[in-house]
Ligand binder design. Structure first.
Ligand SMILES: NC(=O)c1ccc[n+]([C@@H]2O[C@H](COP(=O)([O-])OP(=O)(O)OC[C@H]3O[C@@H](n4cnc5c(N)ncnc54)[C@H](O)[C@@H]3O)[C@@H](O)[C@H]2O)c1
Ligand SMILES: [Zn+2]
Length: 335
């Protein structure tokens, strides 16, 4: 999806590719083949631990050594980690330079590359340092996704289920009707998935770019999801934690009588058909989860903010979920 096709052909800006090393080994040659000669590529080790200030500093030094100018364009090449890290560098390098997202995971294609949120983690929690910085283009080439392991592919599906569940009941029905084709990575079904999903996310972001209201619904599944991701020390993929987070948050809503058991079970069954985990790999104490939720960005006045569902397509935000409710609901994902 190229929002500004001219960028690759205009007044020959300086490009710097910031790539996940693993993705670079697989696909950098193809990317560079589509760019003007002489483009520099800088890589970082794959994995969430590279979404850090030390990795950022290392890349700033490399940009400085390469005399990367303010008029240049940074190309983020990889999954959500590459997009968040390179996007943050683009937001801050010389007070902000243009950047292009070239996502190579399904999760980044359907979610992380759209919307302009960039940032890195601290040991205290995820995404605690960051900036809103919109890419000038998002270029999605599904050929890059063919080398993605199944586990990472499925993790991306958790975000499309999330988006359907908060905003578009018809899209959830579409997921149910295409679950086997999605799990089998059927190319045309994947293209439809990506384009429908990006349109949905872009619509939400356009209505509330800085997350002062509506955009927060995208955090459905993420209050618990981020806590689990952090507590399990990134042993699970982000999307896997979001799937578990949706199960726990649906359980909170169902126990309150706000979400029907039928709808909670529909989401659970869909996640299962898509091959997403329904259980934690090891037990996690509920007290640790509530403590981790309190270090999240979504906390205001020590209250943990949740996006719960009244029904599929009807999210609402609340800050009155108690620790006891979280503890009780965590039981649904404990092994
Ligand atoms: N900014 C946002 O709005 C937003 C939204 C959702 C998620 N995120 C962030 O995105 C990150 C998760 O993204 P992710 O799941 O893409 O993780 P990731 O970037 O770590 O990629 C997952 C793994 O897949 C490998 N990989 C990537 N592309 C590949 C390919 N084409 N073939 C083979 N291997 C490939 C990577 O090397 C890595 O090991 C998290 O840090 C999350 O917080 C950001
Ligand atoms: Zn997410």
């Amino acid at each position: 999806m190229l929002q500004d096709r001219n960028i690759l052909h205009d007044a020959k800006p300086q490009f710097a590719v910031i790539a996940d090393q693993h993705v670079a080994d697989l696909h950098l040659r193809t990317l560079l083949g589509a760019l003007p000669a002489g483009v520099r590529a800088f890589t970082f080790p794959p994995g969430e631990t590279s979404k850090s200030l030390p990795a950022t500093m290392g890349l700033y030094d490399q940009l400085a050594a390469g005399r990367f100018e303010r008029s240049g364009v940074i190309i983020a090449f990889g999954g959500g980690v590459a997009g968040d890290l390179a996007g943050f560098i683009a937001a801050t390098w010389q007070r902000g330079v243009r950047f292009v997202q070239v996502p190579t995971t399904l999760l980044a294609a359907v979610d992380a590359s759209v919307g302009g949120k960039t940032g890195v983690n601290l040991s205290a929690g995820k995404n605690l340092v960051g900036a809103f910085h919109q890419p000038i283009a998002v270029i999605i080439d599904t050929d890059f996704l063919t080398t993605l392991p199944d586990r990472d592919f499925r993790a991306g599906l958790a975000e499309t289920v999330k988006q359907a569940a908060i905003r578009d009941p018809g899209f959830l029905v579409w997921h149910e009707a295409h679950a086997e084709l999605l799990a089998a990575r059927h190319p045309e079904t994947i293209e439809t998935l990506i384009s429908r999903n990006c349109a949905l996310k872009a619509e939400i972001v356009a209505l509330d770019e800085r997350e002062s209201g509506l955009r927060a619904i995208l955090n459905y599944g993420h209050t618990i999801g981020h806590a689990l991701e952090h507590l399990l020390e990134y042993e699970l993929r982000h999307g896997e934690c979001v799937a578990l987070g949706m199960l726990v948050e649906n359980e909170i809503a169902a126990r309150r009588g706000e979400l029907s058991r039928v709808e909670a079970d529909r989401i659970r069954a869909l996640l299962s058909r898509l091959g997403l985990p329904l259980q934690l790999p090891r037990p996690v104490a509920a007290t640790e989860v509530t403590a981790a939720c309190r270090t999240d960005k979504k906390v205001r006045d020590q209250a943990i903010n949740f996006v719960l569902l009244h029904a599929i397509g009807q999210p609402w935000q609340t800050a009155d979920v108690t620790d006891a409710e979280i503890a009780a609901a965590m039981a649904v994902v404990q092994p």
